[in-house]
Design a protein around this ligand. Structure first.
Ligand code: GLC
Ligand code: CA
Length: 575
């Protein structure tokens, strides 16, 4: 018997995130769009997905319209309908921490101190240094470099923008603002049939009562990271409860919140406990923060496999014995590609690496999210690409800031480029590689795509992998998604346990539910490694990332196995 109260549809869902700009261009202008997504909908269905997600751009000037180059509201209605016809759901990105500075609300707010919408955004008077120099209200650093405050000559005050200056932060303390957000950004789309939201920067709405200077962690700059003050503010949970009561509950909509800066499992549980309805689940950031620097995310630092394993174990186990839920993901539009980050994208290693990671992810508990291109093993920007090939505001601004600060010091800039090549957001935003034709079949715009296509699109593309079938990365993902569904009780819902957590080369974990056991052994190196299977009775080899693993298993005796470079195997018992 299925208990629907503890097993809503979204727990077993396999979600696929689409970044519309880079998925498929339908009208030859070089930019992906909604009709482009619609034209590939059967590709998505065939992958075995239950759900798709659209990232609509983060500086929204009207919540009730679609950015025209992407299409129209009608196109969205068609897309929602087409998903539902195929038994798939659609969730949208909900960007309500800030709007665009072109939004009518902000234009009004900016127009005068007495405007009724003045308080819809966060305005503060300047501070002055002893010598009379005008200073911003705090020393906070924006995500996209520089200050979080923009001075507006017109009224002589600063407005807050945690992201770009074109993205002013909404004032959630204002009741009327919240109601307008619920209506315009949420009900409008829920009424059109969307099944839920990925909630952008979900823990930054309550800014806290005090606006004070952040401690100095990078003495080279005036601006300092300040998330400690503006993330997880005092009214966060109250706002989310209200959002459920007023809006989400009436639609039974799912939410997955983007939850950076929250390493404490207790704090995460406060957001995802089912009884205190706030968010269905969240993207906790530990796994994607791996390798990011302390002073700045783009100061790459080396990390070790035990660190990765501890992160996986922590976010697998934190829900045990609770009514919370977790997610499984390691890519999105803000991160480097997982093969390049966690395994190897070298010529003969990228295919086994892709399968290794697919096997790992498909065996983990939680709702699985795959990011476009991950299913064909897309990899990071080639190391030879210069900064001019990058488009992302965060990366480009960081490069400019460091170039100015270091006076173009070649060693500093080489380090910045290396960090961006591993961690930069553009790595995930290259056009989707559909086939081996010009511009990877993404666009037929004579000038090419909005962003350069990866040099290796001839080798890594959908058309080729469909032709290669089962042996390809795409074929392996399809097989694993199917397998995950067949054994959802233990793979999606089972309890996790790690073994040999200090081993620097291999990752061995188990999953259990009732009498069922799963053992997964993964080799995260380019050398052969020995692993020991967990001491579960009656394990039977079931899936391997190398095609001939079954043959190798025939002669195997006892619990020791030899894994080839980047090889993964999965064993079952009690089925
Ligand atoms: C989130 C998004 C990111 C965007 C930012 C500002 O972090 O994932 O892409 O730039 O919010 O909206
Ligand atoms: Ca287009």
């Amino acid at each position: 018997m299925t208990d629907i109260s503890t097993k809503p549809w979204w727990k077993d869902a396999v979600c696929y995130q689409i970044y519309p700009a880079s998925f498929k261009d339908s009208n030859g202008d070089g930019l992906g769009d909604i009709p482009g997504i619609l034209s590939k909908i059967d590709y998505l269905k065939d992958l075995g997905l239950t759900e798709g997600k659209v990232d609509m751009g983060y500086d929204i000037s009207d919540y009730e319209k679609v950015y025209p180059p992407y299409g129209s509201v009608k196109d969205m209605e068609n897309l929602i309908g087409a998903c539902h016809e195929r038994g798939m759901k659609l969730i949208l990105d909900l960007v309500i921490n800030h709007t665009s500075d072109q939004h009518a609300w902000f234009k009004e707010s900016r127009s005068s101190k007495r405007n009724p919408k003045r308080d819809w955004y966060i305005w503060k008077p300047p501070r002055y240094a002893e010598d009379g120099t005008r200073l911003p209200p705090t020393n906070w650093r924006s995500y996209f470099s520089g200050q979080t405050w923009e001075y507006d000559e017109h009224t002589g005050e600063y407005y807050l923008h945690l992201f770009a200056k074109e993205q002013p932060d909404l004032n959630w303390e204002n009741e009327e603002t919240r109601q307008a957000i619920y209506d315009s950004a949420m009900r409008f789309w829920l009424d059109k049939g969307v099944d839920g939201f990925r909630v952008d920067t979900v823990n930054m709405y309550s800014k806290g009562v005090e606006f004070k200077d952040a401690p100095i962690v990078d003495g080279r700059f005036y601006e300092q990271p300040a998330w400690l003050y503006y993330a997880n503010g005092p009214r966060m949970h109250e706002f989310l409860r209200e959002m459920n009561q007023k809006v989400l509950n009436h639609y039974d909509a799912v939410t997955v919140g983007e939850l950076p800066h929250t390493p404490d499992p207790k704090k995460v549980l406060d957001y995802v406990g089912a009884s205190d309805k706030q968010l269905s689940m969240v993207f906790q950031f530990d796994i994607v923060d791996l390798g990011q620097g302390r002073e700045h995310k783009y100061h790459f630092e080396e990390w070790t496999l035990p660190q990765l394993k501890r992160i996986v174990a922590k976010w697998q186990q934190f829900i045990e014995g609770t009514d919370g839920w977790t997610t499984v993901f390691c890519e999105n539009h803000d991160q480097g590609r997982s093969i390049s980050r966690y395994a190897s994208d070298a010529a003969h290693e990228r295919v086994p690496s892709a399968k290794l990671l697919s096997l790992m992810l498909c065996a983990l508990t939680g709702t699985l999210f795959i990011y476009q291109g991950q299913e064909i093993g897309m990899i990071n920007v080639p190391p030879s690409w210069p900064i001019d090939a990058y488009r992302d505001i965060e990366s480009v601004n960081f490069y400019k800031t460091m170039a100015a600060q270091s006076r173009d010091d070649p060693a500093e800039l080489a380090y910045v480029m290396r960090s961006l090549q591993i961690l930069g957001r553009d790595n995930a935003r290259l056009p989707m590689q559909w086939d081996g034709s010009e511009y990877a079949g993404f666009t037929d715009c004579p000038g090419g795509a909005w962003m350069r296509v990866h040099d290796l699109y001839g080798e890594i593309n959908v058309e080729r992998q469909v032709r290669e079938g089962e042996a390809s990365v795409l074929g392996f993902w399809k097989r694993m998604i199917k397998f995950r569904k067949q054994h959802a009780d233990v793979l999606v819902h089972g309890a996790f346990e790690g073994f040999g957590m200090e081993d620097e080369s291999t990752f061995v974990f188990g999953k259990r539910v009732a009498e069922k056991r799963v053992a997964v052994v993964l080799n995260f190196t380019r050398e052969e490694q020995e692993v020991e299977l967990p001491d579960y009775e009656g394990l039977v080899f079931t899936v391997g990332s190398y095609e001939d693993a079954a043959k190798q298993e025939e002669g195997a005796d006892g619990r020791i196995r030899k894994l080839r470079p980047w090889e993964g195997r999965l064993y079952l018992s009690g089925c």
